[in-house]
Design a protein around this ligand. Structure first.
Ligand code: HEC
Length: 165
């Protein structure tokens, strides 16, 4: 699965060096599979089979030609949220949670067991509808049930349209 070719929802930025109490370091890049994004946009609901992945990276540079800030360092690991009625009939919204890769061990645990309550407790209690934190990401917020067309202001992209004929 080449999730970096999916829809990029956005990045949570929680640099541990600044906020030592945060649960996950430092950046969380979130992607959703394109098919499920399309249905999210059409219907406002995540369809069965939705996969949302969260890629964690370290904090890299903290200054640049534009001034001080936070930029991404290296890839650390990948987790995922998967919606499946047949696999997870008893979880809230049929979501379950996985943690897949560990760069140090260079291993892809695609047979990893679902992590269940260790992750879902917080998501169920705090995320909208108890699943994906789409409220944290403009791309997902704007698209929810939008229907046809582009959720952001299309006129800002005049000249960038792909030719269709
Ligand atoms: C204390 C609360 C909490 C716990 C525990 C937690 N998460 Fe999350 N998770 C969040 C928040 C808040 C976001 C959205 C912001 C972000 O990405 O940092 C998020 C985002 C995600 C996303 C991206 C999709 C989304 O919902 O925005 C995935 C995938 C994810 N978490 C997986 C996991 C996994 C796997 C675990 C267990 C190992 C876990 N989470 C445990 C709070 C939590």
């Amino acid at each position: 699965m080449n999730y970096r070719e999916w829809i990029f929802a956005g990045t949570g930025t929680t640099p541990k060096s600044v906020y030592p109490d945060v649960l996950f370091p430092d950046f969380q890049n979130v992607y959703i599979d394109p098919y499920s994004y399309q249905l999210w946009k059409d219907t406002g609901s995540f369809p069965d089979g939705t996969i949302v992945v969260k890629e964690i990276t370290t904090l890299g540079k903290t200054n640049s030609p534009v001034g001080r800030g936070f930029w991404q360092g290296d890839y650390i690991s990948l987790s995922a949220e998967v919606k499946s009625q047949s696999r997870f009939p008893d979880t809230h919204g049929n979501w379950n949670f996985f943690s897949w890769t560990n760069r140090a061990e260079e291993k892809l645990n695609d047979k990893s067991p679902a992590l269940g309550a260790a992750c879902s407790n917080c998501h169920v209690a705090n995320a909208p509808e108890g699943g994906v934190f789409y409220n944290h990401f403009a791309v997902l917020r704007d698209a929810k049930g939008f229907g046809k067309g582009a959720p952001e202001n299309l006129s800002t992209r005049k000249g960038l349209q792909q030719k269709t004929e």
